[in-house]
Write a protein that binds this ligand. Structure first.
Ligand SMILES: [Zn+2]
Length: 278
């Protein structure tokens, strides 16, 4: 189905669904009590709104892979601790493997762990329900250090050129309450975030990918970034962010685009903090 047809049916579905009331109910209630409709669209919209729950057709890791997930995730965290948070955001796969071999505090990735990471990177995510493009095609994709710049007091980097220009404009127009909450992320950083989410989701890869891009699929790797309100902590990554003055000012600017809009057809939750740059 093309995007226009999806959006047309989605708008109609939401109008009949009396969205705020219906979406406060559990998924099965919604399915059973709404008029019969294109089930594909109904499923997609329900999963977008109620992203943090299990569905019958979700894809789970096999039990044996859960152990590899735990081991790889712990090792990635040890690599991050060794190289530092800022450097880890730029660290590529080959260098991470070298570091793991050189530092006893990290310990070398086992063959099985490396095979597991490859399996995750090259999985067909459309099976999870994710319809996003894949801006980074190979697990060894590198960030060229000359192309990025550290943004003071944030612990994050941005790509030089348009991403930094967009960020500076936002700072200028929204004021000093707006902050960069996540910038450039390497494949390894995305692995750490995605595996952490998959662990918290009990191995439900579909659930994890509804709120966190699998490695290779994150546009943080090529220029997008997240912004938030100073001092708002983890609420910057929840829908509470839409209640802030910062969000209101961002939308008032009129020209910014959020990559994951409300009720998008990508299989990703609404992310009102993620600025689309590329
Ligand atoms: Zn983001």
């Amino acid at each position: 189905m093309n995007r226009r047809a999806f959006l047309k049916q989605a708008a109609f579905f939401l109008s009949i669904a009396n969205a705020p009331l219906v979406f406060a109910k559990p998924p099965d209630f919604i399915k059973n009590h709404l008029p019969s409709f294109d089930s594909h669209i109904k499923d997609r919209l329900i999963k977008n709104r109620l992203f943090d729950t299990d569905y019958n057709d979700d894809i789970f890791l096999e039990k044996k892979d859960m152990l590899l997930l735990e081991a790889s995730l712990k090792r990635l965290k040890r690599v991050q601790k060794t190289v530092g948070y800022g450097n880890f955001c730029l660290l590529n796969f080959d260098d991470a493997v070298k570091i793991s071999k050189s530092y006893t505090a990290v310990g070398a990735f086992s063959k099985q762990e490396l095979a597991f990471l490859e399996m995750i990177f090259y999985s067909r995510v459309s099976e999870y329900g994710l319809m996003s493009e894949k801006p980074i095609k190979t697990i060894t994709g590198k960030i060229v250090k000359k192309e990025v710049k550290k943004i003071p007091y944030t612990g994050h980097c941005l790509y030089r050129g348009r991403p930094i220009e967009v960020y500076k404009t936002i700072k200028k127009e929204v004021g000093n309450q707006v902050i960069l909450t996540s910038g450039v992320r390497s494949v390894m950083k995305q692995f750490l975030l995605f595996l952490d989410k998959a662990r918290k989701s009990q191995g439900n890869l579909s659930m994890a990918s509804r709120s966190l891009a699998p490695p290779g699929y994150s546009f943080h790797g090529v220029g997008d970034f997240d912004v938030g309100k100073k001092g708002y902590g983890i609420h910057n990554f929840t829908k509470r962010f839409t209640k802030t003055d910062v969000y209101k000012k961002l939308t008032d600017l009129g020209y910014l685009k959020f990559r994951y809009e409300r009720d998008n057809d990508l299989g990703v939750r609404f992310e009102p903090w993620h600025i689309e740059v590329v």
